[in-house]
Every structure is written in C-alpha cells, then in structure tokens.
Design a protein around this ligand. Structure first.
Ligand SMILES: Nc1ncnc2c1ncn2[C@@H]1O[C@H](COP(=O)(O)OP(=O)(O)OP(=O)(O)O)[C@@H](O)[C@H]1O
Length: 731
C-alpha cells in the first residue's frame, strides 16, 4: 500500500502517483486529501510548489470516478425527492447560503449579515384554501409566507412575495408594517392562503393573527409557493405529510392535499431535478484557473493521475480562450466529467448553454486571490449561483479554494459568502516563501554605477523618455530613470553570467519590456542567451510553443510578464530574475515561487532601482491600451497620461512587511554568499534533507501521545474513585 493509499486514495491513483515518483504526500496533500474525500469545503493555503494541484485533483478525480462507477453498476445513491409526490423546500430554487436538509423539510442560514431565501418544490393556483406550518427551530431572523415563481427569494421585498417576520411585521414590496406579534424559537407559524378570496394570513401557535394581505385580483391566477427567508436562523416545515401541531382552520387544507389540477411544480426545481445519469455536457467538476498555461498544466496533471483509472473512463476537458470554440463544444457534447478552464471562456460556454452546471459537485478556484484581484468576483458568484447546491444524487456541492497567497481580505469575504463551513488547511498561517527559495535583492543605483553612460550596446528601453532631454552628466529624474532601465538589462546579463545560469525565468513589468529584453538577448548572439517570450500579446499557439520550448530546455530563458507568475511548474528550475518588482506584493511570492519547487533549491534575484523609474501605465482611458501609445504624460496629469513614477524601494518595503522578513541584499557583482545554505546548495537540485517529515512526525509525536495516554488513565481513575465515593455516601 502506498503512502497515498493510507490517506484513502484509490489503488489505481496510488499506482499512477508511484510511477510519478511521489513517494510521500506533501503536508498540504496529507491534510487536504482526506478533507475533500470526506465531503468538506476546503481553503488551501500553502507555499508555492508544495503540491496543491495534486491535493485537490486527486480526491476530485477519485470521487468523480466513484460516482461514474456507481452509476455504471446501477447503484442509485440517495436520489432527491424533487419530482416525487412529496412537498419539500427546493434544493435548487434558493439563494447560495440557504442550506436545506436532505428531506427538504428544514432550512438554515448561518450568514449573520445577509438574508437567504428559498421556495418549496410545488405551488398552488386557481382555487382552494391552503395551510402549512413553519416552526422556528433556532434563534435568528425569519420571514415566512408565500411567493410566486417570479418573486425575489428575499421574501417580501417585491410585489410578488408576501412574508410575516419574527419582529412582528408583515412585508410586501419592501413595505414593512406591524402585524400580529413578534415570534421566535419554538413558535409555530401557520401560513394560510385563500385563492378563492385572495387572502393571505397567519396564525401563531394556533392563534389567528387576522388577514395580512389581500391579493390583487389580477394576481389571483398566479401560482403561489411556500417561501422563507432567513438571517442566521433555522426553520422547519410541515406541508401536511405529518400531523400539524395546530389543525388548519375550517375550510383550509394542507398544501400537500391540494387537488392535482391546482398544483404546479417549481420550474427551477423541475429543471434541476435531472436524472442521476450523467449528461454529456454537464461535468461533475469545474476547475477555474487564472491563465491558459495553468489550466493546461492542471489538465495534464489530471491526465497523468487517471492513467490507471478505467471502466468507466473519466473524461477531462481543457476550456480556454484562443482555441476554436466549436471544437470545445463538440468535445463537450461528446461527454465530459471534469472541466478545467479560464474564467472568460468557461462563462461563454455556460451562458451559451453549451456547458451545463446541473451535475457540478466540485467548484474549484485555483489561485483564488489572483482570480478575485483580476476582477472575476462577480463572474465567480454568478457561476456559483447557477450550480445546484445539492447535486442530483443528493450530495452537497463542494468548493475548494487554493493559493500560496490566500491571506487576502477578498478571499475571506468570498469564502464567507459562498463556502459551506470551510476548513482551512493553512500550514503557516500567513503568506510565506518556501525554505527552498533563496531570494535576494540587488540595488540598481545609476548615481553610484555610472556604467550606463558609456555602454555601447545596451537593452532598448521602453520609450518613456523618448521626448526627454536624456544625457550623461545630467541628473534629472528622467535621465536617472532611463539610466536604471539600461543598467537593469546589464545587471540581468551579469547575474546570468555570474551564476552560469543555463535555465531561468525572467519577469518584466510590461510586454514591451519583455520584447526589448528578448531583442537584447538575441543581439548578444549565440545560444548562450537563447530565449522565448510569454505574454498577453503573443498568440495562444506561440505562447504554448514557447512555454514548451522552455520546458524542454530547447531555450535557456523564458522572459515573461505576470501572466506566468502563478502556478507554472517547471521541474527543477534553478533560477529566476525579477527585472522589476511587481507592485502587487502577492505576485512577488508567486514569481519567486517558480523556483524552489518540490524540495529543489532555487535562487531568485530581484533588481531594485534606488531612484524612481518612470514607466508605462495604460488604463482603460488609453484608447490603444498601450499599442503604439506615445502618451508619456503622467496619469495624474490633465488630460490623463499613460505613465507613472514607479517607486520600487516602497514596493520592496511592502513585500518585506507583508512577509515579515528582510530580504538579503547582494552587491552589483551578483555574488550571493553561499553560507546562507551552508554552501552545500546546488540550485535546481534537491535539498540534502528531503521528505515531508511525515515519517519523523510519528516518532516525534510518540512521547507526547504516551504522556497523554497516562494523563487520560489518571483522569479516569480519579473520576471512578470520586464517583464511587459519592455513590457510597448517597447510599
Ligand atoms: N507528493 C509529492 N511528491 C513529490 N513531488 C510532488 C508531490 N506533490 C507535488 N509534487 C511536485 O511538486 C511540484 C509542485 O506542485 P504544484 O504545481 O502542485 O505546486 P503548487 O502548490 O500548486 O504551487 P503554486 O502555488 O506555485 O501553484 C510539481 O512538480 C509536482 O509534480
């Protein structure tokens, strides 16, 4: 049995993992895999290169396969009752944070800040007088009553919803008026609807509270559904399947006893109450990644893991922009179980009806903070709203969120809103850099190092100072800024030479900086500086080919923007260079985390200008979004320009403060003191002491466990003695 199998991983997956030479699970895998297999929502915060991808792909793959297997063998797990004769609260027609018990007869919301509502699976129309009971089963705010299919789920806030709230108010169309009396835990509210005269009214513990609303005659033909909205509260429902606590008043019957021709199903429930059988274009898992490259990498990882999983086969699909959408649609129609994609293309396919969310039971946000910072919050919420919270085979939707920099306010806010009692797998409690990454900064000081004045051959700069009076001997901020750009090209080459780098990823701030550096390297000639570029202006095919060339070591350097900052995994990459620090501090962690992965050592060198550098900053106000833009005015100018003064020392200070460390400085000769790692380090190779410490953990814990055992025994003896004494005394 492999170490992974001990964590509950299927032998078929264990075999594939073994072949990948993953002997032990990493710490994050050891914690997260059992949690996901157990059905929980997980927030996974662990350092770059710590194996988060495996930590979510393995359990998801396993559950997806097991579900397919169950279906193949005709094992029907708890099929929900949405289309059965029972009246229940709908698993589908409800807001995100309203939980409904599997029997559909209790609703709960644990959100302190917002209201969450839902409707029943059926409604009544045309004629008759109906009754159901709702009991407050836990403290909190509740509103209960009737609403039409088109009404807002926040009952009583539109014309089509009629509610009675615990504060003793009735509400319709946001008008909250005094009615009856306040109610709370253990109170039983009778909800009555008379379609013959249009009256809606309530009882509290059997006491008549009087007519609350009279339906507009034009609205009496509508179908009305039992409805509830809760704020950190819980209510249970009886639609008449069991005896009522208080008998319905004369002339009223339980909604469940309504004549067939007066009942309509809730269309949201009916649409979602699909058969357990897989539907071709309705995958069980949706994994969202921030970049095409990362989506492809995750998809490849899944293909490797599933190598020995067969009968039934699990089908994964990559859904990213820049690829022919028709091909993707036909692949979806042919059948797919796991979809990995980037947000834009995923949403296009979902909204176009080509990708259905009806069977989705895993919703994964990889690099979640990056997705939120890139402005995808609403898209994520939109997709989450469309996914049924209980799947067609009665299981709860599971959400997995991960990143090396998950400690961001927006992530916590999103988790609170969308996730269901999530467990944090957080090994450090803060954003951190792996011990395997040796990261240093080099100051670029154009006042101290005047080499830029005499360099005959240098990197072409970004053109920001094309109209400025730049010349040696001049110390204007513009001249120094241009000087920094020239020096950075020089220092980059110096770093490469000093460390005999034959493989490195180099991050630039902009696409134009990448292109200029690529041209500079090419101008230096030979294979010594062979390189490729990866940024948003390169065509998808070129991006793919370039990354592949670098991965296959056909070229030595990958020059890229932050598009490659997150997640990209290049095995044993020894070096990375930051030409300019990112202004987003979390991206520093991700960029340097391209090295020092999977227990291998890596060196990250960041060039930091000591003087302000004037750089491009094209916002939505720039009509060309940077292409052939010559507007070198500042963004603070009027009219607004496309440049800013970039303050790198400040960004360095922000990064250091965020990570609670001081990053080691090295001189411009790029010599990195080797004592840091006892001089034993070879960048790109494994550390001397490898492994996750999982084995050692057992021996470390043994004395503590035996001490605990002793204490437990003592406590039991103590209890027994005292208990014995007490019983003797009583006798
Ligand atoms: N248990 C394991 N044993 C050996 N190698 C592993 C193990 N788990 C993952 N790896 C390897 O570690 C590398 C990093 O894994 P992965 O890309 O999942 O990291 P990550 O935590 O997602 O990093 P990032 O935050 O940068 O995205 C990969 O090359 C992967 O193959």
């Amino acid at each position: 049995m492999t170490a992974f199998e001990e964590f509950g991983v299927l032998p078929e997956l264990g075999k594939a993992i073994d072949e990948m030479e993953w002997t032990l699970p990493t710490d994050v895998q050891a914690e997260a895999i059992p949690l996901i297999l157990g059905g929980g929502d997980v927030l996974m915060a662990a350092e770059t290169g710590s194996g988060k991808t495996g930590a979510f792909c393995l359990p998801i793959l396993q559950i997806v396969w097991e579900t397919l297997k169950d279906i193949q063998e005709g094992k029907t797990s708890k099929v929900i009752l949405t289309t059965s004769s029972n009246w229940t609260m709908s698993f589908f027609d409800r807001t995100d944070a309203l939980a409904v018990t599997p029997d559909g007869l209790r609703c709960q919301s644990r959100d302190h800040n917002g209201w969450h509502g839902g409707r029943a699976t059926k409604g009544v129309h045309s004629k008759g007088a109906y009754y159901y009971e709702a009991t407050v089963t836990d403290e909190g705010l509740c509103r209960v009553g009737w609403s039409t299919q088109a009404a807002r789920l926040d009952l009583g806030t539109c014309k089509l919803g009629f509610g009675f709230g615990g504060t003793g108010k009735k509400s319709n169309a946001k008008n909250f008026d005094d009615y009856g009396s306040a109610f709370g835990k253990n109170d039983v509210i009778g909800c009555l609807l008379n379609l013959n005269n249009g009256e809606i009214w309530y009882t509290k513990n059997g006491e008549d509270l009087g007519v609350g609303f009279v339906l507009d005659p034009a609205r009496r033909k509508d179908c009305y559904f039992p409805a509830v909205v809760l704020k950190n509260a819980e209510m249970s429902f009886n639609f008449g399947a069991t005896p009522f606590k208080h008998e319905p008043p004369a002339g009223y019957v339980a909604v469940s006893a309504a004549a067939k021709d007066c009942v309509k199903p809730n269309v949201v429930s009916a649409a979602a109450a699909v058969d357990c059988k897989p539907v071709n274009n309705a995958p069980q898992a949706i994994i969202i990644e921030p970049s095409r490259e990362l989506a492809e990498q995750t998809c490849t990882q899944i293909s490797k893991f599933k190598k020995h999983l067969s009968d039934p086969a699990v089908r994964e699909l990559l859904v990213v922009g820049g690829v022919n959408v028709k091909d993707q649609i036909s692949q979806l129609n042919a059948g797919v179980d796991i979809v990995v994609g980037t947000p834009g293309r995923l949403e296009d396919l979902i909204q176009g009806g080509y990708l259905a969310l009806t069977h989705c039971r895993f919703f994964v946000l990889d690099e979640a903070d990056g997705l939120l910072k890139a402005g995808y919050t609403e898209l994520i919420e939109r997709l989450h709203r469309q996914i049924p919270k209980i799947t067609s085979d009665g299981r709860r939707l599971q959400m997995v969120v991960c990143s090396a920099t998950l400690h961001a306010f927006e992530v916590k806010k999103m988790a609170e809103k969308l996730m269901h009692f999530p467990t944090w797998v957080d090994l450090k409690g803060e954003d951190a850099v792996p011990e395997t990454v040796h990261h240093v900064v080099v100051n670029v000081d154009p006042q101290r190092d005047r080499a830029w004045e005499t360099l005959r051959k240098h990197v072409q700069t970004d053109g920001v100072h094309a109209k400025d009076n730049i010349r040696s001997g001049n110390t204007t901020p513009e001249t120094l800024s241009e000087a920094v750009k020239i020096l950075k090209g020089e220092y980059c080459v110096r770093a490469i030479n000093e460390h005999k780098m034959d493989r490195a990823i180099i991050f630039c701030r902009t696409k134009i900086d990448c292109d200029n550096l690529e041209r500079f390297f090419k101008s230096l000639g030979g294979s010594q500086y062979s390189c490729v570029c990866l940024h948003g202006d390169r065509k998808p095919q070129e991006r793919k080919a370039n990354l592949e060339k670098f991965k296959q070591a056909e070229v030595k350097f990958l020059i890229c923007t932050d598009v490659a900052a997150r997640g990209i995994d290049i095995s044993g990459l020894p070096f990375m260079i930051n030409i300019t620090l990112p202004d987003e501090k979390s991206n520093y962690v991700h960029r340097i985390g391209r090295v020092g992965r999977a227990e291998r050592m890596g060196l990250a060198i960041s060039l930091v200008s000591t003087v302000p550098e004037k750089v491009w900053y094209h916002g939505e106000w720039c009509s060309s979004r940077g292409r052939n833009c010559f507007n070198t005015s500042l963004t603070t100018d009027r009219p607004k320009g496309c440049c800013v003064w970039y303050n790198e020392p400040q960004y360095l200070a922000d990064i250091e403060e965020h990570l609670n460390i001081t990053i080691q400085q090295v001189e411009s000769d790029m010599k990195v003191p080797s004592n840091e790692f006892d001089g034993k380090v070879v960048y790109g190779e494994k550390r001397k002491q490898i492994g996750t410490g999982y084995k050692d953990h057992v021996s470390q814990m043994a004395p503590v466990v035996s001490q605990l055992q002793e204490l437990e025994a003592q406590a039991q003896l103590y209890y027994l003695k005292n208990h014995h004494k007490a019983s003797v005394t009583i006798q």
